[in-house]
Write a protein of this length. Structure first.
Length: 311
């Protein structure tokens, strides 16, 4: 086999990976880079429109062809991450075709953006079902096999929309921050079995991101900045996390923005107030809020924090 491993020489030889939502954008880049590193890859993608409507497109098949053109091994899967039976089917497909499962990349996503007072229950449920429930479904399906073999790597896609905040994305923010909590819980529960779990916030111009509004001058400027973010730049970091060289890395939150890599903080107390007498509502108002207000976080959005041009 004459596979091109110029970027990640044989780091994942013998490994089997599943990437959800891998037909386009970030997922496609990850699937190809995993293959270049020597992994067999199950390429999962429903091939639906951003609205969730069915299409005649089979983007996963095209990615499998690209993997095979590299000399690698790929398998198309069209199961739905939001369905637990479908998630189990993905893992079983990997085991049937390649004999095992070593890496799960939870990348599948959707958007139903709406300002909060206009967001419907259906908008909320649709995004939670794919991002948060889908991440649970696929991760849970792989867990018994990871436990049995005493190894495995989960890599979950979060977002600065959840870590920092964004307008019109209450459903997406909730799902993406929920994924951070789920990743940490998996890391804690599965560490004794040699299984690790990490979250990655990717910065990339993709089909999903391209749906954001660009009507005002501020929005247009933001979109032009986002267009500079290359989705394929996320992939090398994911390959590194999936390799045996990262066995000691678990329970962390990372970000990748072109050639920048971030380690994010996790919530810890920053100020403390106490009283021997116990608190009343009035004493909280009089003493605690004034003590804490210099350390309150402003209502920043992701773009207010990441203000510089991508490197």
């Amino acid at each position: 086999m004459n596979i091109d491993r110029s970027s990640s020489p044989a780091l994942l030889a013998g490994k089997v990976a599943l990437v959800t939502g891998a037909g386009r954008g970030v997922g496609r880049g990850i699937a190809l880079e995993l293959a270049r590193a020597g992994a067999a890859v199950v390429v999962n993608d429903l091939g639906v429109a951003l609205s969730g409507a069915a299409t005649e497109e089979w983007p996963a098949a095209a990615v499998v062809k690209e993997i095979e053109a590299l000399g690698g091994r790929g398998l198309m899967d069209r199961n739905n991450v939001a369905d637990s039976a479908g998630a189990a089917g993905m893992i079983q497909a990997a085991r049937d075709a390649f004999g095992r499962i070593d890496i799960v990349v939870n990348n599948a996503g959707n958007l139903r953006d709406a300002i909060f007072h206009r967001m419907t229950e259906a908008d909320f449920d649709a995004v939670i079902a794919v991002h948060l429930k889908g991440t649970f479904n696929v991760s849970r399906a792989a867990a018994p096999y990871f436990k049995e073999q005493g190894s495995g790597a989960y890599i979950h896609m979060t977002s600065t929309s959840g870590l920092v905040g964004n307008f019109g994305q209450a459903n997406y923010c909730a799902a993406k921050l929920g994924i951070v909590g789920l990743s940490k819980a998996i890391a804690l529960d599965m560490q004794k079995f040699g299984v690790r779990s990490n979250a990655v916030a990717p910065f990339a111009w993709t089909r999903m991101v391209s749906s954001i509004p660009d009507e005002t001058p501020e929005q247009k400027a933001r979109v032009e900045g986002l267009k500079k973010l290359v989705p394929e730049k996320i992939a090398p970091f994911v390959v590194a996390l999936g390799s045996d060289r990262a066995k000691h890395v678990s329970g962390q939150i990372f970000g990748v923005r072109n050639n920048e890599i971030y380690l994010f903080s996790q919530p810890r107390p920053v100020r403390t107030a106490h009283t021997a007498e116990g608190w009343t509502a009035q004493s909280v108002i009089d003493r605690v809020f004034p003590m804490f207000e210099n350390d309150f976080y402003p209502l920043h959005r992701s773009g207010d924090v990441f203000t510089w041009e991508p490197v």
